[in-house]
Write a protein that binds this ligand. Structure first.
Ligand SMILES: O=C[C@H](O)COP(=O)(O)O
Length: 307
């Protein structure tokens, strides 16, 4: 849609109300024991299983893809009476896209590439646009772009909109996730405004963080972004997905995010096409807690958090 400046500048974020809401959140609320495994399995299907390290190798990416294909040990799944689950996607740097695509062939698991000079987004503009095209050509069906934080920090909303529009166009048929790098945007109000701009410019998902900022995904930021998504859906009819990323590594935190999502956006968003966790180490804890679930041996902190 066109840039609607009145809507953008009217977007506010009431910090104390947001903090109050976060304090009352699930995770500190109990989730029935019978449902715990279901929440954790659901979380697994919504992970963008990620490796974004300077020392990534094809071997590491192939191992990651094997884990994406079979994220939980077969005996645990059998005990739960579940089969055939996979993660939502695998997320890698451009150089690893071809390896991941080959390793996931025939599985239907998409490959997401981080692009546009990830993580800072400060390489020459034409190269950032070209990088998207290269990743699509290499087989990525999802592109995680990073926005120029300076456009937000200087209030240059038109520039942010134009940039996002061009990134969107360069993605072609690939889905585009707009990484806001919320830890660098200065205020929750800026997070709300940048979320709206990216959605107006055609983002399929809005995503909190690269995982490389000093502060990555948080619950207050998630509340602001989910409410921006809800507002956008109410006004336009378009459903935009949400991806919290960076520092989410505990099963109990994943369950908190999912209950918040269900409360704020409803069941339609509880699906891999509308929600992803960007996470490199969350899967390990989910698998451990599922194992405890089937053996009845929960860790005390986990039982306290969600049981
Ligand atoms: O987009 C994904 C993030 O970079 C993953 O961050 P993490 O390694 O803290 O889970």
């Amino acid at each position: 849609m066109e840039l609607d400046m009145d809507w953008v500048t009217g977007a506010q974020a009431n910090t104390s109300a947001i903090e109050r809401r976060v304090k009352s959140l699930p995770g500190r609320r109990s989730v029935k024991k019978d449902y715990q495994a279901a929440w954790m399995l659901k979380a697994i299907t919504m992970i963008d299983l990620t490796t974004l390290s300077g020392d990534d190798t094809p071997g590491r990416v192939r191992r990651l893809c094997a884990k994406a294909r079979q994220p939980v040990r077969a005996d645990i799944l059998e005990a739960l009476g579940v089969e055939g689950i996979t993660t939502g996607a695998v997320c890698v740097y451009h150089e690893m896209v071809e390896t991941a695509v080959a390793a996931l062939e025939g599985t239907g698991i998409p490959v997401a590439a981080v692009s546009t000079g990830f993580p800072a987004g400060l390489s020459p503009y034409h190269l950032r646009v070209a990088e998207i095209g290269e990743s699509v050509k290499a087989g990525a069906s999802e592109i995680d772009i990073v926005i120029s934080r300076r456009h937000v920090l200087t209030g240059n909303w038109q520039a942010l909109y134009n940039e996002m529009r061009e990134f969107r166009a360069a993605c072609g048929d690939a889905h585009v996730k707009a990484i806001l790098a919320t830890g660098e945007l200065g205020s929750l109000r800026n997070v709300a405004r940048a979320s709206l701009i990216c959605m107006m410019a055609g983002a399929d998902f809005i995503k909190t963080s690269t995982g490389k900022e000093a502060v990555n995904a948080t619950l207050p930021v998630s509340l602001v972004m989910m409410r921006a998504i809800r507002d956008y859906h109410t006004r336009t009819g378009f459903r935009v997905g949400y991806k919290p990323a960076g520092g989410i590594s505990k099963a109990k935190d994943a369950v908190t995010y999912l209950t918040l999502l269900k409360d704020e956006l409803g069941n339609r968003w509880l699906s891999p096409d509308m929600f992803r966790f960007g996470a490199s180490s969350l899967l390990g804890d989910l698998e451990r807690q599922l194992e405890h679930h089937v053996t009845g041996n929960y860790s005390a902190s986990y039982r306290h958090a969600i049981g």
